[in-house]
Ligand binder design. Structure first.
Ligand code: AHR
Length: 661
């Protein structure tokens, strides 16, 4: 009994003292006149990987899955609801749906023998359906050959699950030879899970290939381009760079299925379709219908980077397949083609039009240079095999292009044996920019806000290239984009920003996921076939990115940086272009905190803005039905002279922006 009373007394004393501590005012100091270091324009960027249907079925606005019948099951994605009346290539009683065309890289096409034109149809299911919008225009193109001239019409229709027609058009297959046809039609209803139905008038043989369908309304109205809503979300972040095409997709499970940029350029129909390495990677989320058409290839990545004003940052295979899979190695004496790929890529991006690769870029429509400044060698490789290969790449790239900055990798984890080895060796080699990856708990992110405070200022610069707080554990399908993860990342990011002298690039990963076809969670942006939204993590990234400023300032409490004392994290910058001082504060406590900021070194204008991102529950998330549940709210803020008094809500990220006089 006595013990119980003592325990209660201790508990309530502790509670009171913690409430008292939080009620105490915290005074912070920011010296506007003292620049600690310059913030790199690349500080906050994007990591893009074709995972979670991010390219085909996502950013790349193609609506037909398996448009040229090249999947390993050539009719995957295509239904034939009524095969009795007609059939696919019933010749000599053998059903072999696929013939070989003159297209060497994508040789398959579909031959249909129509015995009875009443009711026979082929239907494409899209990427878990097709999103169509009322009154929107859709461009359909296909190749057809009508060898006997007996097929009079090809009828194209959007249908819903009840077979209701939601828009239609007709193609007259006028040639016995292969011919391209293009038609436009309008959807009469909005539907997230439409399908494309193709029927025929006449009987006999018809050959079809490259059946492709895009909305007219794409990003920058580019023909057969990218999804406007998704690119808009990226553009709004004002990203400093775009890393592509991954991630592990760069490496491949084997060397043969590594990402080869040369196969992703040129005419779209000649880009060889191949399996996506994420299709069967996880038992918990298998997607056997996940392939890469490469319609979104390296040319398009460069173009996207230019469109969103981000530095392009391609990562290439270094001759090592994914070490979580086969770990297949290209022998050092056979590394030349891999190194040549890197050199040729630099020429493709930066070569004048009188160089072979520069000419190809110009022929594709971009005579101007893409101004590539960075190239990555390998993704998440580790061990001596990587260092050995990195040296070969570094020597060759620097010999020909001394100004290109090479990104090296430190493996899949921000600590441990592989990481320590990579850092030690890369430092010895004077590596310029090292990519670190962190998929850790929210607590880890909060506890590591000071990670870079003691990093060697003269050593390699850091690219915080892949990070995301995992609410359950790494690569776990139950991970959520919840508020605790998002504000814990914000706490960590204040540490990245405070160390802008070392940390020059940062990006959340992965970037996006299809609601019905993802393999990996959490992801910054979620989309379905009609809509997309930014997670709470997206808004954290965006707040930092659009407020990155130009010069780092110190923000201190009693002379110390804010690295989580009393659950408070912070960083401050100045923007010399807009003449603003910007303070970011993260309160990870369950209580509000009262803060006073004393600004020194400059006078402040009487009005500024205060933006707050907050939510009461650690488990809160944005969703399709409430996409802005956790999103920034901005109000006018009036400082008292050179002093700002703020009440930081529990679990909040706050950005205070004041004009400097
Ligand atoms: O972002 C998902 C994966 O995580 C990336 O492909 C890989 O680099 C990391 O392991």
């Amino acid at each position: 009994m006595k013990n119980n009373i003592t325990a209660k007394f201790i508990f309530y004393s502790l509670l009171l003292s913690s409430i008292y501590a939080n009620a105490q005012k915290t005074t912070l100091e920011v010296d506007i006149a003292k620049t600690v270091t310059k913030i790199q324009p690349t500080m906050f960027g994007l990591f893009f990987e074709d995972i979670n249907f991010a390219a085909d079925g996502g950013l790349y606005a193609e609506m037909i899955k398996n448009r040229s019948f090249e999947f390993d099951k050539p009719l995957m994605g295509w239904e034939q609801p009524n095969t009795k009346r007609s059939s696919l290539n019933m010749q000599s009683g053998v059903a072999t749906p696929i013939y070989v065309s003159e297209n060497k890289t994508n040789p398959n096409f579909c031959r249909i023998l129509i015995n009875d034109d009443k009711g026979y149809a082929i239907i494409n299911e899209g990427f878990r359906g097709m999103g169509v919008k009322i009154n929107a225009k859709y461009n359909l193109s296909l190749k057809a050959a009508n060898p006997e001239g007996t097929i009079k019409k090809i009828i194209i229709q959007f249908i819903d699950k009840d077979q209701k027609v939601l828009g239609e058009t007709v193609i007259i297959p006028s040639s016995k030879e292969w011919k391209n046809y293009t038609v436009q039609f309008i959807a009469t209803q909005t539907e997230a899970k439409a399908k494309l139905k193709i029927t025929f008038e006449g009987t006999g043989i018809i050959d079809l290939d490259m059946i492709s369908l895009f909305p007219e309304d794409t990003w920058k109205n580019r023909k057969n381009g990218l999804r406007k809503d998704i690119v808009q979300l990226l553009y709004d972040m004002k990203p400093g760079f775009l890393r592509f095409p991954g991630g592990c997709i760069v490496e491949g499970r084997t060397l043969a299925d590594r990402y080869q940029w040369k196969k992703s350029i040129g005419k779209v129909e000649n880009r060889k379709t191949m399996i996506n390495r994420w299709n069967m990677e996880f038992g918990h989320k298998q997607t056997p219908d996940y392939f890469q058409s490469f319609g979104l290839g390296f040319y398009e990545y460069f173009q996207l980077s230019e469109d969103i004003d981000a530095e392009p940052l391609p990562i290439l295979s270094c001759g090592m397949a994914c070490q979580y899979n086969t770990g297949e190695l290209a022998p050092i004496e056979e590394l030349d083609p891999y190194v040549q790929d890197a050199l040729d890529l630099i020429e493709f991006a930066n070569g004048t039009i009188d160089t072979p690769w520069g000419k190809l870029r110009a022929d594709m429509g971009h005579p101007k240079l893409f101004n590539l400044k960075y190239i990555g060698v390998g993704n998440e490789q580790w061990g001596p095999d990587y260092i050995e290969r990195y040296k070969v790449f570094e020597k060759a790239i620097k010999a020909k292009y001394p100004k290109i900055i090479i990104v090296s990798g430190s493996g899949p984890s921000p600590d441990g044996e592989h990481f320590d080895y990579a850092m030690q060796e890369l430092k010895k080699l004077d590596a310029e920019l090292i990519d670190e990856h962190y998929y850790k708990s929210p607590q880890w992110f909060r506890e590591n806000a000071a990670r870079y405070d003691k990093y060697d200022r003269k050593g390699p610069k850091i690219f915080a290239g892949e990070y995301a707080a995992q609410s359950v554990s790494g690569a776990n399908p139950n991970n959520r984009n919840n508020w605790e993860c998002a504000f814990s990342e914000a706490a960590f990011i204040t540490g990245l920003e405070r160390n802008a002298e070392v940390v020059n690039l940062t990006s959340y990963a992965p970037l996006m996921a299809h609601e019905d076809a993802w393999q990996w969670t959490p992801d910054m942006i979620w989309f379905n076939n009609l809509e997309s939204y930014g997670s709470a993590n997206y808004y954290v990234q965006k707040l930092f990115s659009i407020n990155k400023g130009t010069d780092l300032l110190a923000i201190t409490q009693e002379g110390k940086q804010l690295t989580g004392q009393n659950n408070l994290y912070g960083s401050a910058v100045k923007d010399v272009n807009t003449k603003e001082v910007i303070v970011k504060l993260v309160n990870t406590a369950a209580e509000t905190q009262d803060i006073t900021i004393d600004f020194k070194g400059s006078k402040l204008a009487s009005k500024g803005s205060l933006t707050t991102l907050t939510s009461p529950d650690l488990h809160d998330e944005n969703t399709f039905s409430d996409p802005e549940k956790i999103s920034p709210k901005t109000t006018v803020y009036k400082p008292k002279g050179e002093e700002a008094q703020l009440r930081l809500p529990a679990y909040s990220v706050t950005v205070l922006k004041l004009k400097i006089k």
